[in-house]
Design a protein around this ligand. Structure first.
Ligand SMILES: [Zn+2]
Length: 280
């Protein structure tokens, strides 16, 4: 049972998940719902946004979710409803502070999306709006969602809160993915685990397409956590190793034929030993 209904998650290539707050109230307004694909209300209730995720896949389509300036293509926008009237310095959480129960549901929602779309938990692929400028180098207009969690003052700042999200999403996803051996045997056969696995043009690269669950691929190389795979159509692409189950090792080497000279040498040795014991 996933926190997000499957029909909210059409199978299209998506590259990353960007987390936000709405700067509104704890309930999602119509305006809030037009800006994001998925929203989490103050009590942890998950709400579907107006734009469907596929409107942000590939070339942007009319009615897409405009959640992150110049970074909406292939980006899923998930937002926590709240922080109306919040002030950054000196910090005030305003009229609708984010809540712990809301955060917990948000983590589950991000994990469900990451699993569905085969998005690895890396700082470039699962991040908050506040991290976009620093991590992806795409200028934003002083966005500070989310650099503070009103219910947990222990970590503040874009990186601290982003790392907390990635840690908790990783935990929420564990037990679902099958950890492949490391290094992954080149020449082996892998099987695609998620419903739609993003393929990329290099490690951490741009999304080039997606492979369906169960597709068999040939593993032709590895670079850290990224596997170079050959698709059934013969394309060489890259995918994160967490989403490929190794089902078959590399083809076995031909058993080496015994060297016929070996037997003769062994026989001569035995004969020499025999001569020695005869005291010849
Ligand atoms: Zn935002």
């Amino acid at each position: 049972m996933t926190i997000i209904p499957t029909e909210w998650m059409p199978l299209v290539p998506m590259a990353r998940i960007i987390g936000h707050w709405t700067a509104g109230n704890h309930k999602a307004s119509d305006t809030d719902r037009r800006a994001y694909h998925v929203l989490v209300e103050g009590d942890g209730k998950v709400i579907r946004g107006v734009p469907s995720i596929d409107l942000n896949s590939g070339s942007i389509k009319s009615g897409y979710a405009a959640h992150t300036l110049n970074c909406n293509t292939n980006s899923i926008g998930v937002s926590m409803c709240g922080m109306a009237g919040a002030v950054e310095v000196p910090f005030s959480a305003g009229r609708a502070p984010l809540t712990q129960v809301q955060w917990n549901a948000f983590v589950q929602a991000v994990a469900a999306l990451a699993r569905r779309y085969g998005i690895p938990v890396t700082p470039k692929m699962i991040l908050f709006h506040a991290e976009v400028q620093g991590t992806l180098g795409i200028t934003q207009r002083n966005k500070w969602d989310v650099i503070r969690l009103p219910f947990d003052p222990s970590g503040t700042g874009a990186k601290a809160v982003g790392d907390k999200l990635r840690r908790e999403v990783t935990k929420a996803m564990s037990g679902v993915n099958i950890a492949p051996p490391d290094p992954v045997p080149a020449g082996g056969v892998g099987r695609v685990i998620p419903p739609a696995l993003n393929t990329r043009n290099g490690p951490n690269g741009e999304v080039t397409g997606a492979l369906r669950e169960g597709t068999r691929v040939e593993i032709i190389g590895q670079n850290g956590n990224w596997l170079n795979i050959e698709t059934p159509a013969g394309f060489s692409v890259w995918a994160h190793r967490d989403f490929i189950e190794v089902v078959d090792g590399p083809p076995a080497l031909e058993p080496t034929k015994p060297d016929p000279r070996r037997a003769i040498i062994d026989r001569i040795r035995r004969d020499l030993d025999e001569l020695e014991t005869m005291g010849a």
